[in-house]
Design a protein around this ligand. Structure first.
Ligand code: PEP
Length: 248
């Protein structure tokens, strides 16, 4: 069985002061977790959080996006090799907020995955349907389309990625997919990955979307839910640590 992964996504939150407090509380409470733990922080704070996490093997550093370009005249972009310079272990790719607000499409996401893998960083590839797509019964079609672009460009290297199923209607809304709903989609994704690699069982498929201290255990008990991508609850150390404790 793969070790579960609990990854926090701070989104565009934090400050030098609050980051130091939050990471301090997390390090003080995390102990020796039974799962992998990561914090995906805003790019300007990578150096700070790298420093705060130095000396701990319990929590790893993550980023929230990576450029689809290697280097050059791309003002504002951050390359995969730059992330690697700061000891970044994971990078979120294709989060629905970027697909929605930065017009990222499936091809951009697939290229970003390739860049991350080439730099030795594990991409956390987000897929998920909007509320309208959910209501129209298109969930399976949408998530398969999103993942197939990544598989198409990256081939058997898909075994090196982490996938996160994040129904858009559940992100930051307090509405969570039921464990059964989430498991059904995860099983579809697992089957799709199985068709692309012999190592599908080692690919971790996280659930994300209002996962919290109260609902984590029942979601994480599902056979194809291998961890969580946690937004709001990753900004409160006690809540995040309870989710980590539920992932054994
Ligand atoms: C996310 O941003 O990836 C997320 C899952 O957010 P939240 O947990 O706040 O729904």
């Amino acid at each position: 069985m793969t070790r579960k992964l609990i990854a926090g996504n701070w989104k565009m939150n934090g400050s030098l002061d609050t980051n130091a407090t939050l990471v301090g509380e997390m390090l003080a409470g995390v102990g020796t977790p039974a799962c992998d733990v990561a914090l995906c922080v805003p790019a300007p704070y990578l150096a700070q959080v790298q420093g705060l996490l130095a000396g701990s093997s319990a929590i790893e550093l993550g980023a929230q996006d990576v450029s689809q370009h290697e280097n050059g005249a791309f003002t504002g972009d951050v390359s995969a090799t730059m992330l690697r310079d700061f000891g970044v272990r994971y990078v979120i790719v294709g989060h629905s907020e970027r697909r929605q607000h930065q017009a990222e499409n499936d091809v951009h996401v697939a290229i970003k995955v390739k860049r991350a893998l080439a730099a030795g960083i594990t991409p956390i590839v987000c897929v998920g349907e909007t509320l309208r797509e959910h209501e129209e019964g298109m969930t399976e079609f949408i998530v398969k389309r999103q993942l197939s672009a990544v598989i198409h460009l990256n081939g058997h290297c898909i075994s090196e990625v982490v996938v996160a199923y994040e129904p858009v209607w559940a992100i930051g809304t307090g509405k969570t997919a039921t464990p059964e709903q989430a498991q059904a989609v995860h099983a579809v994704l697992r089957a799709q990955i199985k068709a692309a690699t012999d190592n599908a069982d080692r690919v971790r498929i996280l659930y994300g979307g209002s996962m919290n201290a109260a609902n984590a255990a029942s979601l994480l008990a599902q056979p194809d839910i291998d961890g969580g991508l946690i937004g709001g609850a990753s900004l409160k150390a006690p809540d995040f640590l309870k989710i980590v404790a539920a992932a054994d």
